[in-house]
Structures are given as C-alpha cells and as structure tokens.
Design a protein around this ligand. Structure first.
Ligand SMILES: NC(=O)c1ccc[n+]([C@@H]2O[C@H](COP(=O)([O-])OP(=O)(O)OC[C@H]3O[C@@H](n4cnc5c(N)ncnc54)[C@H](O)[C@@H]3O)[C@@H](O)[C@H]2O)c1
Length: 331
C-alpha cells in the first residue's frame, strides 16, 4: 500500500531533500504545502512536475482549511515549513512567530483531528549558545534561545511536547545542526560559495571566530526520516555528528574549492547576539542505527561544484538579489 506523506515547507532547502528521499521509495507519495517565501522555490521540486506520486499545493501553514484537508489525506506529516533565516528574524520578528509558532499549532491541530503521526523539524539553535569549550547538549538541556528565529522554533518545539502530553499526539521532534548542500540560499555556505564563485567580497562576521557544525543535507534528511519512522513518539532527537569549524576556516576552504583568492574574505560587523557555537550530542539518534555517510570535505567539494553549475538556475529559481548579494555570514 502506498504511504502518503505531507511535507510542509517541501519547496525549501531541507524540505526538498526530504521529498527527494521519500520519492526514491516506489511505494510512497508526497504532497507539499509551501507558500514559497524567501527560502522556497517551485524550482526546487520541478523535477517532479510530471510524477503522479507528487503533488504541490501553494499555501500557508496558517490556512486551517487547507492544512486540515491535506493532513486528512496523509498517513504522516513532516512539518518543515518555517521562516528560517536568523538575520531576517532580527529585522522582522513577528512574521517568524506567525509562521513558525502559529503555523505549527495549525499543523498540530490537524494532526490531532485526524490522529496523524507527525515529525517536527526543529533546530539546535533552541538550546541557545553552546559551551565554548566544546561540551555537547543532550535533548533534556534547557532551551535558552537567543534570536527571534530560535525563540519561535523553541516555542513551536515545546508546543509539540504539550500536544503529546495533553492529547497523546504521536509527534516526534528533531533538533538539527546546520545542514548544507545543493539548493540552499542565504546561509553561510551558499553565501560564501556564491560570493567566491562570482569574485565578490565574502562577508565574514566579526573576526570569523564563531564555530559551526555542518552536516551534509543528505545525511541530515536520512536522520529525520529515520526518526519519523523509528523514533519514540513524544521524544526529541538531536541530529548532530557533523563537522565543526570556524567561519574563517570555512571561508578559506570554500575559496580553495572555488578557485577564488582569499583576499576576497571581508570582515563585516558582527550579528547582534551572535552565538559562538552550538554543539549537540546525537547519542539518541545513533542508538537508532543512523550514521553520517558523507565526509565533510567531500560534501563541501560537491556542494561548491553544484553552485558552480547552478548559478544561472539559482537566479531563475529565486529573486536575483537573494542569491547574488550576500547579506552576511550566518548559519
Ligand atoms: N537548514 C538548516 O541548517 C536547518 C537546521 C536546523 C533546522 N532547520 C529547520 O528545517 C526547516 C527547513 O529549513 P530550511 O533551511 O530548508 O529553510 P528554507 O527557508 O529553505 O525552507 C523553509 C520553507 O518553508 C516555507 N514556508 C515558510 N513559511 C511558510 C508558511 N507560513 N506556510 C507555508 N510555507 C512556509 C518556505 O517557503 C520554504 O520553502 C525549518 O523548520 C528550519 O527551522 C534547518
């Protein structure tokens, strides 16, 4: 029997890779609900236009009727829709609460009405600033978010906990480290990469000392799907085991892969409240049998190559300035 999965935010970066993984399975069909805001593009799923196992609905996760209709037809829901960009949340926080918190409540409510299994895509940023000395947070660590984006995700993440405790909703949560790979825009890897390939200044925040952990999106979405299928309802699973490095080192490596001079690296004023590092323990996920398969160096090389081959495609897929004028170095 075909399993029907609804992926909210499925035209975004992580969401479209989830769709790829799901549609590799011949017995799975996918519906995407996405309003195509900054991170999303119809082009991210254009390769499925003619696939009878794929359906795209342009709409908002706050549209109660549309969400209910789609959830009713699904066996499982992966809720990945969110305004996802920390810098934009600093400029316009309210929109983040509307999409990320109220939108999640709409999806939870529809799942409750239909008794549907749900996976919430949350983030390691809900823990707040990590231990500068390299310590790792486990899932029961306090949530101390420090940006409006992270606070909106933390609120939504806790609402999932409440729906499980109060209504017994079978919902699991993943809190993921930074994913990187094809089709991402505006975050640190695409920003540095596109700037390097186009010979523009590569904007590095502060002195480039902040550290970030990166996991290739292929490994990231495999982890998420495993948690949907084998995770214990009501539990949270960190997605970690990525490669941690300083932003400046990342910029240097991308320069080398893009064939760009390091003189393009330009230090820009730091982001307010910029977390030094995160750092999560993925022991619970590892116990489910997941292991990362794509080494960081290989993943970064293939990602830079993908951007080199897709600069024109990105311009078509998104508004020009989003891609061609890096806003800052963030992850
Ligand atoms: N990229 C990462 O490194 C990372 C890490 C941890 C968690 N996450 C989480 O993964 C999810 C996807 O992030 P991403 O990096 O792919 O971002 P993205 O911006 O590429 O994708 C988000 C998608 O959600 C859609 N969307 C936003 N608001 C919506 C709304 N109100 N209704 C319908 N659709 C809406 C956007 O159009 C977009 O397609 C988010 O929940 C994010 O918090 C991402």
């Amino acid at each position: 029997m075909t399993e029907r999965v609804l992926v909210t935010g499925g035209a975004g970066f992580v969401g479209s890779h989830l769709v790829d993984l799901l549609l590799e399975r011949p017995d799975t069909s996918v519906a995407v609900l996405d309003r195509l805001s900054t991170g999303g593009s119809r082009a991210n799923v254009e390769h499925y236009e003619r696939n009878p196992r794929f359906a795209f609905v342009r709409g908002d996760v706050n549209d109660v009727g549309a969400v209910d209709d789609l959830v009713r037809q699904a066996d499982a829901v992966i809720h990945a829709a969110a305004e996802s960009h920390v810098d934009r949340s600093i400029d316009a926080p309210r929109e983040f609460l509307e999409s990320n918190l109220l939108g999640t409540q709409t999806v939870l409510e529809a799942c409750r009405a239909h008794g549907t299994r749900m996976l919430m895509i949350s983030t390691d940023e809900v823990y707040g600033a990590g231990d500068p000395d390299g310590g790792l947070f486990e899932e029961d660590h306090a949530l101390v978010p420090r940006s409006p984006y992270a606070a909106s995700k933390a609120a939504a993440d806790l609402l999932c906990h409440a729906y499980h405790a109060t209504y017994g909703l079978p919902v699991t949560v993943v809190r993921g480290t930074n994913a990187f790979g094809p089709r991402q825009i505006e975050r640190v890897v695409p920003t540095y990469t596109i700037a390097a390939l186009e010979g523009r200044p590569i904007p590095v925040y502060g002195e480039g000392k902040q550290r970030r952990e990166f996991l290739h999106v292929g490994d990231w979405v495999r982890a998420a799907l495993l948690v949907l299928e084998q995770g214990e309802p009501g539990l949270v699973y960190n997605i970690g085991e990525g490669h941690e490095l300083e932003n400046l080192e990342l910029a240097r490596r991308i320069c080398a892969l893009a064939g760009a001079p390091e003189s393009l690296i330009t230090f820009v004023p730091d982001r307010p409240g910029h977390d030094f590092r995160y750092g999560i323990s993925a022991g619970r996920l590892l116990a489910l049998g997941w292991r990362p398969e794509i080494p960081f160096d290989e993943g970064l090389e293939s990602t830079v190559a993908w951007y080199r081959d897709h600069l024109e495609w990105l311009r078509r897929a998104h508004d020009g300035p989003v891609v061609t004028e890096p806003r800052g170095a963030h992850a």
